[in-house]
Design a protein. Structure first.
Length: 116
């Protein structure tokens, strides 16, 4: 792994009934290597695409398996800064919080945004 390496991906976002409500896409770029076997730091650009618009966010993640990897539980909770949007979410700002269930690996997202 080297600085500048990227990991990209996407996952469907589902409501409590399992119905698709959007798509989560990300690009995670290594910005700092872990020292002495530590975890690397990723700058992660994220988009949350819904039928009526898209929210854009950015975060720093410090895990072995950045965003979206459900093969093992590594991200328990965290937040993403929302910095813009399009459609219904034009000029959005705020945060997206997430929690991950320790047994199922399932995420719950909550968005706190304003659109000026």
């Amino acid at each position: 792994m080297s600085i500048g390496d990227q990991r990209i991906g996407q996952k469907d976002m589902l409501d409590d009934n399992g119905e698709k409500v959007g798509i989560f896409r990300w690009v995670a770029t290594v910005v700092q290597l872990g020292e002495g076997g530590g975890k690397p730091i990723y700058a992660v650009d994220k988009s949350y695409e819904f039928e009526d618009g898209i929210l854009f966010g950015r975060s720093l993640d410090n895990v072995n398996s950045p965003v979206g990897d459900t093969s093992k539980v590594s991200i328990v909770s965290g937040q993403t800064a929302i910095h813009s949007g399009v459609g219904k979410y034009a000029k959005a700002s705020g945060t997206k919080h997430h929690k991950r269930h320790p047994d199922t690996g399932r995420f719950t997202y909550s968005f706190e945004v304003v659109c000026n």
